[in-house]
Write a protein that binds this ligand. Structure first.
Ligand code: SF4
Length: 167
């Protein structure tokens, strides 16, 4: 069986972002994976119980790994600590990966859940810092490789290598 890939729901145009919109990335690779039935769609924030739309959120005091360690918090723009929902959503993403034997994920960059290289700095001023979101941090802790929407070809290559190792 062809390996499945976890993909952020918003990257497939699902209107689940904080502002009620999707991102809708154009990618022939994503389209092929969809046609092959290999994509497991996931929105960790909705899975964690947050509504659509919702106030924007950023990680204050660290990155996703720090949130998982209890050393930083996900705060929404109104100052509410919503770390618990983010961690619950991350756990559901991990559960999906385990259920489907997923080792590769393509998640939306800059999100406090799904970011894999850059996140916002927690001050809601538009400043980005290097770091990963909560879901990405948890998936990586379990050996799952996370790519962003700008690196889908690299994700496809990694999936191909995984397929060769685990047919
Ligand atoms: S970036 Fe992740 S958590 Fe945010 S809307 Fe997209 S799938 Fe949901």
């Amino acid at each position: 069986m062809m390996p499945k890939i976890l993909v952020s729901a918003c990257l497939l145009g699902k209107p689940v972002r904080y502002n009620g919109r999707g991102l809708g990335v154009e990618s022939s690779i994503l389209q092929r994976w969809l046609a092959e039935g290999r994509i497991i769609i996931c929105c960790p924030e909705v899975a964690g119980g947050l509504p659509v739309p919702r106030p924007p959120a950023e990680i204050a005091g660290g990155d996703g790994g720090a949130v998982l360690a209890g050393k930083a918090a996900v705060m929404d723009r109104h100052g509410t600590d919503i770390s618990t929902a983010f961690i619950a959503g991350a756990q559901q993403a991990l559960d999906a990966c385990r259920q489907y034997g997923i080792s590769i994920a393509v998640l939306a960059e800059k999100s406090p859940s799904c970011g894999s290289g850059m996140i916002y700095d927690g001050r809601f001023g538009g400043t980005k810092i290097p770091g990963a979101g909560v879901t990405t941090a948890l998936l990586r802790a379990y050996g799952i490789r996370v790519f962003n929407q700008h690196a889908i070809p690299a994700a496809a290559e990694a999936v191909g290598h995984g397929q060769a190792i685990n047919p």
